[in-house]
Design a protein around this ligand. Sequence first.
Ligand SMILES: [Zn+2]
Length: 427
Amino acid sequence: MLLAIVIASQGELTGQQNSTYIKAGFLYDSKDNKLLKDKLIQIQGTKIVSIGEFESLPENNQAIDLTEYTVLPGLIDAHTHVLFAQDANEDFAEHSIQSLTMEPDALRVLRGFKRAKSYLSEGITSIKDLGNSGRYLDVALRDAINEGTVEGPRIFASGPILAANGGQIYGVLPEHQDIIDLEYRIIKSPEDAKNAVREHVNQNVDLIKICADNIPNKTYLTIEEMKSIVQTAHTYNLTVTAHCVTNQSAWNAIEAGVDGVEHGFNLADTTLIKMAEKQVFLVPTENSRAYMKTYTRLAGYKESEVGWIDNYLNKLEDRLSRAIEKGVVIVAGSDNYTDIKVSRGQSSKDMFRYYFEAGMEPLGILQSSTYISAVQLKKENKIGHISPQAYADIIAVKGDIINDFVSTIENVVFVMKAGEVYMNEVD
Ligand SMILES: [Zn+2]
């Protein structure tokens, strides 16, 4: 009798919502890192309900036909700055000061919204936004998207970057340091560091971003300050990721217990080994040769002045290969905030081209921009994997993802976020 009631009520519950079905020719299983063939995805409301065979499609139900395509979880860009943009020929510090003193917050958020939205049509349904976003404008934009006021990707927002005196905005006179406070949370001591994290907690950030070094400013956070940040953040279940240009600052940040290293342009083998041991992830944020060509042209370099690009990229590719070889967890992130005359979402997808040029395997790149990225956000049951109970963030690409990776990942034909179709160009 009891059982009958339970079954009946379950039937009623599931009967209330109509299912949407997707037939996937290939389905990328991001957890096991392999392609499955001919799978049926069942969706109810915002969530995925089941993955099955084509035959399990109930009679009289139509499925979205993606049999000619490869279906992937919505992609994740783990390093963005949607509230910030600069032209290629602009100086970062000068542009930051101009933005902070002449760009009203309302205008900045609206511009940020447009940039964020452009990710969706590229198949990037989640982004990790890491500061340079004023006083919690990233959090505001995230909330506006989550409540449905505006359309955009899921945002995981860090709030202002925690940094040592001066932040990354170089050359500002002592009497104008209050401008820096509009963009960074300047840490004065290990004790102050705890409070900075608490302030962020109360503003509902999703994670903490720090600048282990402030290059080209000479200041950097001490190991004690970073330890204090990490310990406090972890008690609130927030992860900490560290911007590190120098090898020394990365070493210090890892010593202090951070969860991730951003950029890590100059990581030595010993640092990479330590990262692998401690499972500290790395977000390499370089660009492809094609992007560098566009960027340097827009920045005003002459053809004869760009000989350094190859050496520069070779060095960074070597660093990425060494990191992979030593077992460092790689998370995909673009850090593309320069206006290269395409949408921000389009610009960000250059990371796929770069990782491929640098020698990563297509499926490895996909996993770094889906499941592995979600694990680092502690959201692997919600995003980055097409599995029951996860959000129905599902995209499809046209082409051969294994043998023609770059053009295929750029050829997004279908985008669904939380069960809602944002783009459908299936022919
Ligand atoms: Zn960045």
